[in-house]
Design a protein around this ligand. Structure first.
Ligand SMILES: NC(=O)c1ccc[n+]([C@@H]2O[C@H](COP(=O)([O-])OP(=O)(O)OC[C@H]3O[C@@H](n4cnc5c(N)ncnc54)[C@H](OP(=O)(O)O)[C@@H]3O)[C@@H](O)[C@H]2O)c1
Length: 111
């Protein structure tokens, strides 16, 4: 009989204190659920650190913050919270956003 496990830690573009745990989860194939994936909404704001790249790629800051999470590791499963159907629809579109290596490098440098 198999066993299942996952990690749920605070993790987002501007708070990577759990980077070592994520690296371990990635190496071991353990699901990593980053809570506060858009920094309780801060990363979705117009003045967000990701706003410039979002404008360049034709996406919203929230979508870029989520796309980055989906890009960095196949074990990452973001759970953005929202009370808004509009935001839910917007956030789901992040899964279709492809970031270039240059864009990912610039986002990595924002930490
Ligand atoms: N395991 C744990 O210990 C733990 C701890 C804390 C949280 N969590 C879970 O983690 C999940 C996420 O936490 P969270 O909701 O506090 O933080 P979050 O997902 O980083 O941010 C949610 C905030 O972002 C806003 N937002 C969402 N999408 C947006 C968009 N597209 N544009 C603009 N604003 C947007 C929401 O406002 P609107 O409502 O206006 O969209 C809400 O204020 C939740 O399911 C929570 O239960 C788990």
């Amino acid at each position: 009989m198999g066993s299942a496990t996952d990690v749920q830690n605070l993790y987002n573009l501007v708070n990577r204190q759990s980077q070592a745990v994520l690296d371990y989860a990635t190496a071991e194939g353990i699901a990593f659920i980053p809570w506060f994936p858009i920094a309780t909404g801060d990363l979705a704001q117009p003045g967000s650190p990701v706003a410039e790249i979002a404008a360049e790629v034709g996406a919203t800051p929230a979508q870029v913050a989520l796309a980055w999470l989906l890009h960095i590791s196949p074990v990452v499963l973001p759970i953005p919270g929202t009370t808004s159907l509009e935001h839910l629809t917007e956030n789901l579109q992040a899964a279709k956003l492809t970031l270039s290596d240059d864009e990912v490098a610039r986002l990595n440098a924002l930490a």
